[in-house]
Structure formats: structure tokens, C-alpha cells
Design a protein around this ligand. Structure first.
Ligand SMILES: CC(C)(COP(=O)(O)OP(=O)(O)OC[C@H]1O[C@@H](n2cnc3c(N)ncnc32)[C@H](O)[C@@H]1OP(=O)(O)O)[C@@H](O)C(=O)NCCC(=O)NCCS
Length: 196
């Protein structure tokens, strides 16, 4: 197993059974705004629904990040192969290249929940973290009551590593954070089992 992180840019898009997971363009702002206005999307997240202005600023930042070299931050649009519609997002970050630490994130528009899309996105970004970047450990975080997110992390083979209690105060209450993680040797074993 390699002990060096690979910081060559990730080849995009990532393609899954039903999705094309690609870089955002500034013109995606309206589509992202549309699905992030649903309060259900923020039920288990301490942030609140962003305004149109915040989404535009975020999109500009995300697009600028795409040309930073070496690129360690990938905020990606998950789009349906058949229609091109943005149905969610995938995130992959190399948070500490020297120690090959990474983090993934994922989100799906509420109207598409429980159809396997979250799992499809998470599987793709995790695979890129290990196969392309040669990460040693990949983590994912969520609130303790985010059952869908926890189930996805478990299905990826991630282990529960800890609970940071009341680590943030937002929207008038304390928020705890669950940390899940998976190591490269664990991921390699899962891949072997899946191939068999
Ligand atoms: C969490 C989230 C990504 C799940 O996406 P999804 O597309 O519904 O997930 P999937 O359809 O791939 O489901 C994966 C598993 O989780 C289960 N699941 C999904 N939502 C669930 C819920 N609310 N309660 C219990 N189980 C749930 C599914 O049944 C499935 O389990 P199974 O394969 O054993 O049947 C989605 O709810 C979401 O985007 N929420 C808002 C953003 C967010 O919280 N992102 C995580 C950030 S930290």
C-alpha cells in the first residue's frame, strides 16, 4: 500500500449507476438554491437554509477552489444521468495531505430520499479518496439523530469513532457531532469481499 498521498487532480466526472458527479458551474446556483430551501434538508444540520445571495457567493468560491493547485477540496454536483438534474452533492476533502487524512460529505434533495442516491454518492467519493488520493483514513461527520447519514456511513464500512457532545451552538440549541471513519486496509478488505 502506498504511503504517499497522490495530489494529482481527480479526474471528473465520477460516474455511478444512475449519476454523473461533476464539478459545479456558477450557473448551478439556482438549482442548488431550489433544493436547499426545503427545511427538511437542514433538520439534522446546524446550518440553516441559505439565501440566494449566500448560494451565489458559495458557488463562486467553489468554482475558484477548482483551479487551486494542488486541489484538495472537491465540492461536487450529483446529477441524474438521464435528465442532468442536480439531485444532491458529494464532498471530498484531503484535510491533511502529509498524514493522508480525508473527509467525505453527501446530501440529497428531499424529494429523492430513500432511493439509494445518498449511498451512491457516498460510495463514489469514498472510492475516489482511497483509489485516487491514496488516503490512509477517511472520516465523515453527522448529527447523532441523522439516521440516514449514519446508515450510509455504516454501509460504507465506516466505524463509529466517537461523539463530540455539544460541540456547537446554533439555531438556539447545542449540537453534538458523531464521527465515523474507515482506514485504507479496512476499505481494501471490503473491496475484495465485494468483488468475490
Ligand atoms: C442523509 C441523506 C444523504 C440520505 O440520503 P438518501 O438518498 O435518502 O440515502 P439512501 O437512499 O442511499 O439510504 C441509505 C440507507 O439509509 C436509510 N435511510 C435513509 N434515510 C433514512 C432515515 N431518515 N431514517 C432511517 N433510515 C434512513 C435507507 O433506508 C438506506 O438503508 P438500507 O440500504 O439499509 O435500506 C439525506 O437524508 C440528506 O441529504 N439529508 C440532508 C443532508 C444531510 O443530512 N447530509 C448528511 C450530512 S452530515
Amino acid at each position: 500500500m502506498s504511503t504517499l498521498v497522490n495530489l494529482n487532480p481527480l479526474a471528473l466526472p465520477l460516474t455511478t449507476r444512475r449519476l454523473i458527479i461533476r464539478d459545479y458551474a456558477a450557473t448551478d446556483a439556482a438549482a442548488v438554491l431550489a433544493y436547499t430551501q426545503d427545511p427538511a434538508y437542514w433538520q439534522h444540520q446546524r446550518a440553516e437554509a441559505p439565501t440566494a445571495g449566500q448560494i451565489e457567493t458559495l458557488m463562486q468560491w467553489v468554482v475558484q477552489e477548482q483551479s487551486i493547485a494542488p486541489r484538495v477540496t472537491y465540492y461536487l454536483a450529483a446529477t441524474r444521468k438521464d435528465t442532468g438534474e442536480i439531485i444532491g452533492e458529494g464532498v471530498l476533502k484531503v484535510v491533511n495531505p502529509a498524514e493522508r487524512q480525508g473527509e467525505i460529505g453527501f446530501g440529497v434533495a428531499a424529494k429523492y430520499w430513500k432511493q439509494g442516491y445518498g449511498n451512491e454518492i457516498a460510495t463514489a467519493v469514498l472510492e475516489a479518496g482511497f483509489q485516487h488520493f491514496k488516503l490512509h483514513r477517511v472520516a465523515a461527520l453527522c448529527a447523532p439523530d441523522n439516521k440516514g447519514s449514519i446508515r450510509i456511513m455504516q454501509k460504507l464500512g465506516m466505524a463509529r469513532e466517537g461523539l463530540l457532545r455539544d460541540i456547537h451552538f446554533a439555531r438556539g440549541k447545542w449540537w453534538s457531532t458523531l464521527i465515523y471513519g474507515i482506514l485504507d486496509q479496512e476499505y481494501a478488505k471490503i473491496k475484495v469481499v465485494k468483488k468475490a
